[in-house]
Design a protein around this ligand. Sequence first.
Ligand SMILES: Nc1ncnc2c1ncn2[C@@H]1O[C@H](COP(=O)(O)OP(=O)(O)OP(=O)(O)O)[C@@H](O)[C@H]1O
Ligand SMILES: [Mg+2]
Length: 249
Amino acid sequence: MLEIRNLHARIGDKEILKGVTLSVKAGEVAAIMGPNGSGKSTLSYVIAGREGYEVTQGDVLLDGVSILDMPPNERAAKGLFLAFQYPLEIPGVTTHTFLRTAMNAQRKARGETELTTADFMKVMNAAAGKLGVARDMLRRGLNVGFSGGEKKRLEVLQMALLEPRFGILDETDSGLDIDALRIVAEGVNTLRSPERGFLVITHYQRLLDYIVPDSVHVLSAGRIVKSGGKELAHELEKNGYRDYVATAA
Ligand SMILES: Nc1ncnc2c1ncn2[C@@H]1O[C@H](COP(=O)(O)OP(=O)(O)OP(=O)(O)O)[C@@H](O)[C@H]1O
Ligand SMILES: [Mg+2]
């Protein structure tokens, strides 16, 4: 469903991705781990279509169709969702309005009708309740003054409402307390389905105890240097990256 082929990307004249190849089938969860600065967030941004990155080689296909020429909103309309490592604060827009606009845009893109305000409130409140997002947060500016963990919960709430075809989670576990980690993982697990794929970027094997991945990949210096099953995450937790990082230099 998501296929990354020999992807090379740069910012300015600095090459960050140096030939990433990875494919995630529908129904699967692939985890990416790797040292700080190895290019994990860059990979997620390039897939989502964020400005400032130049793809110099390779391709990214969603359901067999190259998405690299599409603007970010078109990729989102195709069902691609990225939960940011550092969610943006937007003071002028209430969280609730943002969610409703995003959800209705997504429904429209899928050829579904927009939800009425009353219906949206029901759906949003139910999802927020499950993810432990407080009502007062939804009335505040988007992410404004949210704690680190609250921002992460909101990203997952947004994903739950948008029901994407493919979700990318960039360190969604960072900053979460132990209970929130479980709640957020449960939120992701609820969304797992045979038609939906995920790319989960994390530094800690612990998250993968809750969101059990089908494959684990180590990104180092812009390349995937090792792939394996979920046991690879345990090995990394124990030994660090020393066995793999040298091979990428
Ligand atoms: N705008 C930029 N200009 C120059 N270098 C950049 C820019 N953005 C990112 N980089 C560099 O690209 C490399 C990869 O960054 P990236 O954020 O993808 O790493 P990461 O694997 O997500 O790290 P972390 O685990 O710390 O989140 C880093 O060396 C970073 O400094
Ligand atoms: Mg990162």
